[in-house]
Write a protein of this length. Structure first.
Length: 167
């Protein structure tokens, strides 16, 4: 980062839905799954207008230009008895990388976690994404090697959710 570049963070508003969608699409392309994006700017806008919204988002700007985002929401730790934050996505557009934007976003989410009394901040990283792994480890994070993330989606979710009697 040069001395004249200034990184600012701000909370996303409903009017940022198209920008967030652009970042989501760029991230999906980077993660080699551009066809997986189902969300639209219209859906994001409605969700950001909901009270409370299902997620929060920080937008990073570098000298006034949108450079990246961090999208997150609260979870809960039964062991700690406190809320936490799940960082769903942290992404910096390619032209703004290696200029401190990612670190500023991560620090911003970390600051919110501390201010809100959260017990932890968690996220997932693709095992092939060495630049991201190195970035997070450089900030002091460690991988939870003994845990595996599972996901139920699509037909499997629909089948299980519709065909089992309620408990």
């Amino acid at each position: 980062m040069t001395t004249h570049e200034k990184i600012t963070l701000r909370a996303a508003k409903p009017g940022d839905a198209r920008l967030i969608h652009r970042f989501v699409c760029e991230l999906a392309l980077y993660e080699r799954e551009p066809q997986a994006v189902e969300v639209t700017p219209e859906i994001l806008q409605v969700q950001l207008e909901t009270e409370p919204p299902p997620f929060e988002c920080l937008i990073a700007e570098l000298t006034g230009e949108p450079a990246g985002f961090a999208l997150f929401f609260h979870n809960y730790s039964t062991w700690k008895g406190r809320r936490g934050i799940w960082l769903e996505d942290l992404y910096v557009s390619e032209r703004y990388r290696r200029r401190g934007v990612g670190a500023a976003l991560f620090e911003g989410v970390s600051r919110l976690a501390v201010e809100r009394g959260c017990g932890r901040l968690e996220w997932a990283v693709l095992d092939w994404n060495r630049p991201a792994i190195d970035f997070y480890e450089g900030l002091g994070a460690s991988a939870l090697r003994e845990w595996s993330i599972f996901r139920l989606t699509g037909d499997a979710l629909e089948s299980l959710g519709r065909h089992r009697p309620p408990v």
